[in-house]
Design a protein around this ligand. Structure first.
Ligand SMILES: [Zn+2]
Length: 414
């Protein structure tokens, strides 16, 4: 792919790789961000030049984008090499690095931060754009989710002419944003968090819901018929022709089966046979430490990341019914300092099991559980949490920096 690069772009790519390697060598992460920054200073069009001639998919949304990108990469690798930002560096610097590191990859699967979708549409001319869901996130407090959906809608209208959109039919905000596009493949990817879409994003009227169907009582915006869905019975995805594709995922929960459905829908647009792609998804065991299983003193911990209200609800759906649960909550800058959102999450499903609470804001979490009638014990840190539960499986749910702290305790497990 890089055969057609200008001398300036080649020079920028070399500097990018050097900067990234230096950053890694000095222990400052994987170097994606700094490398991309250096490359883009030398050649501001570097992302565009590196993307040229490749088949690109962009994957965006509040939750599930890292996992869906991993699934998509595994699926498309059935037919060729895939460049991907697998460390979650999901802004243009990270995308530039991902492409620079894989000059021979014909395909690219790029996880994209919600706020950079427009910029990436222009720079990468994607063949496919996958839109997963939009819900409130601590990082997005400055911009409410409906405003973000409106921005997407406008961006898609002006910049997505050549792209096929793969979109979640169960999320009214996504449907509204994507409905301006010519070619949309709808996936019934589910919506565990409906609080941000009680009213119609198009006209502000009340949305009616009957089972999985939803419809605006005023303007008629409604759930499109999905071509892809998660099977009601067993672990499988059902394709457009009604054919079942069995899954054998290592990653838990309905949410990940929905991420798999989206990945298969994307892969089939790239010409991959979904029957060939589906078994490849079972190779994904963990994603940047998420879902990783670690062992300490006879306890087998599974690590689940839950960054926002929708993520907490989804994690409760993923955990096994019996093992003790460790909940860890921080409120540092990237988490958002305000923890009041925990009152939007229903914790009652944890009642009756052993719950251990930790993290910087364990007291906030303890009060919340008290309100929901869930018994718990409070401990200082993850080590104390491990000591507080009997040997055997343990589910650990943590928000962003709490998760990174736990991951560090286990030597940055991937
Ligand atoms: Zn409406």
């Amino acid at each position: 792919m890089s055969a057609n690069l200008t001398p300036r772009a080649k020079f920028a790519t070399t500097l990018l790789r050097t900067a990234a390697a230096l950053s890694r060598a000095t222990g400052r992460g994987d170097g994606s961000v700094i490398g991309g920054r250096v490359g883009l200073i030398v050649e501001p069009r570097l992302l565009e030049l590196l993307a040229e001639g490749r088949h690109v998919v962009l994957i965006s949304g509040t939750n599930g984008k890292t996992t869906t990108t991993r699934f998509t990469t595994a699926a498309i690798e059935a037919i060729g090499k895939v460049a991907t930002n697998s460390f979650g560096a999901n802004m243009p610097t990270g995308h530039t690095t991902a492409l620079a590191k894989a000059p021979k990859a014909e395909y690219a699967a790029l996880e994209c931060d919600e706020h950079y979708l427009g910029q990436l549409l222009d720079a990468a001319s994607p063949k496919v754009v996958a839109l997963l869901n939009l819900s409130r996130d601590q990082l997005d407090r400055a911009m409410e989710v409906t405003a973000l959906a409106a921005k997407w809608r406008q961006t898609l209208q002006t910049s997505a002419g050549q792209s096929t959109i793969v979109a979640n039919a169960d999320d009214p905000l996504i449907v509204w944003a994507a409905s301006v596009c010519q070619r949309v493949v709808w996936v019934a990817a589910g919506q565990s968090w409906t609080a941000d879409s009680a009213i119609c994003p198009n006209c502000g009227a009340h949305l009616d819901r009957f089972g999985e169907f939803w419809r605006c009582t005023n303007c008629g915006l409604n759930r499109p018929s999905p071509q892809w869905s998660v099977a009601q019975e067993g672990e499988a995805v059902v394709g457009p022709d009604g054919r079942r594709y069995e899954l054998n995922l290592q990653l838990p929960g309905r949410v990940n089966r929905a991420n798999a459905a989206t990945a298969l829908a994307i892969a089939s647009l790239f010409g991959v046979d979904p029957g060939q792609a589906a078994p490849r998804l079972s190779e994904v065991a963990s994603v940047a430490g998420r879902y990783a299983k670690v062992e300490r003193e006879g306890r087998q911990l599974r690590l689940l990341l839950a960054k926002n209200p929708a993520g907490w609800l989804e994690s409760f759906d993923m955990i096994e019914p019996n093992p003790p649960v460790v909940l860890s909550l921080n409120a540092r800058e990237v988490d958002g300092f305000d923890t009041s959102w925990i009152y939007d999450v229903d914790f009652t499903s944890l009642a009756g099991r052993k719950v251990v609470v930790t993290g910087d804001r364990r007291t906030d979490l303890a009060v919340r559980l008290e309100v929901d009638g869930v018994d718990f014990i409070v401990v200082d840190d993850i080590r104390a949490a491990i000591a507080a539960v009997p040997p055997g499986p343990v589910e650990v749910v943590a928000n962003y920096t709490a998760f990174q702290d736990i991951r560090a305790e286990f030597n940055r497990v991937n």
